[in-house]
Write a protein that binds this ligand. Sequence first.
Ligand SMILES: Cc1cc2nc3c(=O)[nH]c(=O)nc-3n(C[C@H](O)[C@H](O)[C@H](O)COP(=O)(O)OP(=O)(O)OC[C@H]3O[C@@H](n4cnc5c(N)ncnc54)[C@H](O)[C@@H]3O)c2cc1C
Length: 392
Amino acid sequence: MVGAALACALAQRAFSVVLLEARAPELSWDEGGYDLRVSAITRASQRLLQNLGVWQAMVDDRVTPYEHMHVWDRAGFGEIHFDAADLAEPDLGHIVENRVTVRALWQALPRAGVQVLAPAQIRALSADAEGAVLTLADRSVLRAGLVVGADGARSRVRELAGIESRGEPYDQHAVVATVSAELGNRSTAWQHFMRDGPLALLPLQRDLFSIVWSTSPQEAERLCALPADAFNELLTAASESRLGHLTLQGPRAAFPLRLQHAEQYVRPGLALVGDAAHVIHPLAGQGVNLGFLDAGALVDALVAGRERDRSPGALRTLRVYERGRKGHNTATQLAMDGFKHLFSNDSGALSLVRNLGLGAAGRVAPLRRLFEKVALGYGLELPTISRPPHPG
Ligand SMILES: Cc1cc2nc3c(=O)[nH]c(=O)nc-3n(C[C@H](O)[C@H](O)[C@H](O)COP(=O)(O)OP(=O)(O)OC[C@H]3O[C@@H](n4cnc5c(N)ncnc54)[C@H](O)[C@@H]3O)c2cc1C
């Protein structure tokens, strides 16, 4: 998602772009089912996709706006409810299947003039301020002013560049599935913080939700293997029946969760974006949104560098991107990490803080507003492509 968005944006700004992809994505599927991988797309990401000219195709395909978000804690004291109407907004964001985003972007790549090589695997890489030389598995050689690693958490580009990535596995896996809810979706995203991890219910169409249930690896394995009826009972209990009875509507899968951050985002002739640079806990649904902000910031830096006649691989140009994004990504990672530990700790003091925290957030208007602005992607130093249009 992040690499294809960046490729489109750069090609639309008259950069010459080649996109290398290890596995060309499937662009047709049975429309009756839902992708197990969905993302909550913030307003800033929506604007980026609008400015790339792909948002309407995604809407025509299938996206689900949500107007409310309800977060509560296992102890039952702390609750926050976010309402788009309080902000005079039509919604708080959209739940989008990853394959819908990928299809719209992949259809836009040739229109933007991006040359796509897929399947393609990098075997060797050297990069300096003059540019990068890539050797592919079929021994062909590519030369470029800049190589961008947008190749996910286990980035080969990062590895070949020798950039360290610090991190650790969370002792959690996320179980994902599509379920139906007896009480319908009420245009609400729900999140229940429990001791073993948060349960998120993200609204799809009609009465359907995509769930992301973070729990211990052993419990995740058990949940995926249980008969459907037993799974439905446990899931309904975990949601405290707030949406009535929940019923599985297809397969389940589990993903291991990691915290990871690259030591550097840039080297002469090379940059990392998206999960190649940082991986965070999915509890606030920020992963791909941070990646889109990286893409937008790198576009701004490269356009500004070109205006000063600098080559795209010049470290001065790339550092502007790194400075613009690393702090924000670190702060978001720390916040998610803090949330995860806060809610999985049983100590009385933390429990008190936790309940006061959620309770206070529910009551104090400015704090609520801050939460809502983050959900909407506002209140940040946004790249040009993610900003609202100028009034008038
Ligand atoms: C359970 C779960 C729920 C999530 N929910 C949300 C959410 O609600 N909102 C949100 O914003 N984020 C969410 N995320 C995070 C989000 O999915 C990731 O942040 C996002 O997919 C990262 O996008 P990316 O393009 O950087 O990397 P990826 O999606 O990992 O894409 C990397 C691409 O690079 C290709 N590639 C890999 N290696 C090579 C190679 N050697 N050569 C060529 N190509 C290669 C891959 O085929 C792939 O196409 C969730 C994650 C999980 C696990």
